[in-house]
Design a protein around this ligand. Structure first.
Ligand code: FAD
Length: 419
């Protein structure tokens, strides 16, 4: 049952040949050799997002991945999908494709080549081996159920398939080809779309010393408070000319943006001394003043904060770094302790989908069977990857979601269409 390129019939038609679409196509073809699998992608060249990922090194997955690393849909459903194709199987899968992975800080797994192109080429080579028909510049404009099959329309052709997989991604980095049109396709087929907001995106500040600190990076604790929920994250923050970035901000961004999108009042505060409280910092200053009466604020803060950051926070309290800690008046000492451990960030927005690494929101996960990834509102339609309302934190989690959901769908398609 090899495919003729001119033929418009197939068993499985995958819309979108990103990480999730390629995984689905490969696992469907593996599960049922002979299955006619076709993948259509609107982009002129494939894999833009894989190529730029992880600073062009592709953070393929993480040593430890659980449902707690994700937001969006129900953790129980996310867990079921991750369990069906966990990290060790992902590592083995890439090993079979000739891509060995190594672990770096925070459990991140990268290809030994340190080139994302290795990952893309391995996936594409497997598609060729499995006789998957990959077509580029084939943007899907409509999907219509037609009895037992689907009609899938591009600008110049109508394809027919027994099952369709929506793997169109989210809205992050729209120039890669994922511009959110997949949501419209899903909605027209009866699905609910949780409004998308950027995730893993730098944040823009209205006021604050960010421009003067641009380029400075240091560890902080960020707290996002939003109508009764509190999310606390630790990690590196990078000051930029427009506001803040760095891993901890990227991870925090979706919480603030989701609250804003839902018209809830959210606040984001910064603790420059992670783990410390106003009381503990005040006590440390009192102790330092007693132990070293001539020791300055600069001396006290230099081991924990970059000089420029210490300067900005100390001067905001009306003090100078050269002031001996013992000479800081009590009120200002307490004020500085409070400021260092809890400064409100004046977030006014984000750098948007253009600079986001992921999308929070998408097709409701409740409308997909997690054992198969098949739609429960449109039988024969499967949904995988970022088009769904699932977003992972920084560290390889979003790709793991793509591989796992793709594997679940691929296997289920192989079983369902074997006959
Ligand atoms: C800069 C950047 C760096 C990243 N780094 C990492 C990382 O290191 N590790 C990690 O885990 N995650 C990373 N991510 C996130 C990760 O890349 C995505 O979560 C993942 O690629 C999503 O895969 P997907 O297949 O669901 O969607 P996508 O990769 O977005 O693929 C969707 C595909 O569908 C196609 N398409 C869309 N609409 C249509 C249509 N109507 N017709 C036909 N085709 C269509 C698009 O052209 C695209 O090729 C990064 C993201 C970005 C933007």
């Amino acid at each position: 049952m090899t495919q003729d390129a001119a033929c418009t019939e197939s068993d499985v038609l995958v819309i979108g040949a990103g990480a999730a679409g390629l995984a689905t196509a490969i696992f469907a073809a593996r599960a049922c050799p002979g299955l006619r699998v076709r993948c259509l992608d609107g982009a002129r060249t494939l894999g833009a997002k894989i190529l730029v990922s992880g600073g062009s090194r592709c953070n393929v997955t993480n040593r430890t991945v659980t449902e707690r690393d994700f937001r969006g849909g129900s953790p129980r459903r996310i867990k079921a999908v991750l369990r069906a194709f966990p990290v060790d199987q992902t590592v083995a899968f890439f090993g079979e494709l000739g891509v060995s992975l190594h672990e770096e800080a925070h459990g991140k797994l990268f290809p030994d080549s340190n080139r994302s192109r290795t990952v893309l080429e391995a996936l594409l080579a497997e598609c060729v081996r499995r006789k998957i028909d990959l077509q580029t510049s084939a943007r899907v404009q409509a999907v219509r159920p037609d009895g037992q099959v689907f009609e899938v329309e591009t600008a110049d052709r109508i394809f027919r398939a027994r099952a369709v997989v929506l793997a169109t991604g989210g809205v992050a980095l729209p120039k890669s080809g994922s511009d959110g049109f997949g949501y419209q396709l899903a909605a027209r087929l009866g699905h609910t779309v949780v409004p998308p907001v950027p995730a893993l995106v730098p944040l823009v500040l209205g006021t604050g010393p960010y421009a003067a600190l641009s380029g400075v990076s240091h560890d902080v604790e960020v707290t996002v408070r939003d109508a009764g929920t509190t999310v606390r994250l630790r990690g590196a923050l990078l000051w930029t000319h427009f506001g803040v970035s760095g891993p901890v901000i990227l991870d925090a961004s979706r919480h603030w943006l989701r609250a804003q999108q839902e018209a809830r009042v959210a606040s984001m505060s910064l603790n420059l001394l992670p783990g410390e409280t106003p009381a503990s910092v005040d006590a440390a200053m009192v102790a330092a003043a007693q132990a070293h009466p001539r020791g300055t604020l600069a001396g006290l803060l230099k081991s924990t904060l970059p000089g420029a950051v210490a300067e900005a926070w100390v001067s905001a309290e009306g003090l100078a770094l050269s002031t001996p800690v013992s000479q800081v008046p009590r009120d200002q000492r307490k004020g500085l302790a409070t400021r260092l451990t809890g400064t409100m960030l004046d977030v006014v927005g984000s750098r948007g989908f253009v600079q986001a690494e992921a999308t929070a929101g998408g097709v409701s996960l409740d409308e997909v069977n997690p054992a198969t990834m098949e739609s429960v509102v449109c039988p024969g339609l499967y949904l995988v990857g970022e088009v769904l309302d699932v977003d992972g934190r920084l560290g390889g989690f979003n790709f793991q979601w793509a591989w796992s959901s793709g594997r679940v769908a691929g296997q289920a398609l192989g079983r369902a269409l074997a006959s």
